[in-house]
Design a protein around this ligand. Sequence first.
Ligand code: KIV
Length: 261
Amino acid sequence: MIVNVHKFARWKQEGQAIAMLTAWDYISAQMVDAAGVDMVLVGDSMAMTVMGHETTLPLTLDEIIYHAKMVRRGIKNTLVIVDLPFLTYQVSRAAAMLAAGRVLRETGAQAVKMEGGYPAMAETIAAVVQAGVPVMGHVGLTPQSVYQVGNFRKQGKSAEAGERILNEAIALEKAGVFAIVLEHIPSDLAQKISRALTVPTIGIGAGPHCDGQVFITSDLLGLSEWQPPFATPYVNLRSQGIEAAKQFCEDVRSHQFGQSP
Ligand code: KIV
């Protein structure tokens, strides 16, 4: 399926909001595809939500490619974007191009996402874009830098920090990204950035003024034990799943399971 990623800038002009959800395997991909989502992200948040790591850092390129292949098989209609994992693209432009190339060639996804908008990263992203790979940017809270930042808290709260994030977003637009994730920043800053750019912003914990929104699907479904404060689940499948599993155990232990209906 050929997706023109530039259509999203037109959507922004027309005021059409963009809905993005994450997926990590075939079944989650089929579900979000059937829901008619506009973009699917194979996010490195899966290192925490699906694989049980404390941060996103341990996820490898081979692992995300393995998951992205499953996701791609479950998607019929939607753009698939894959996160490049920690230190697969920060090292050099050549490393970034090779990592992005592997993702597109081996998984069938159409775009990659890379964190950071500092000058060297904007240059790396420009090189990947020039090599023909659509790139989504990501500024604000960038979880791959968690050890440098020291926490997963809201970013851009001071005027100076807000200005830095705005400048990073502008640099990424100049580098040629087709959209930018704004993660966990004040709503008024997200609005200012969204107004300053022609490419769409996709918010997560960044208020209602972004051009689109992304939700981590395991949070949307209430599957995880813990959700970030800005991610109120739409259903609570974890407690429903626990109840269903308890009922199954009871039925087996009381010799009720397997009786013909
Ligand atoms: O990895 C991820 O799921 C993400 C979202 C938070 C945008 O990057």
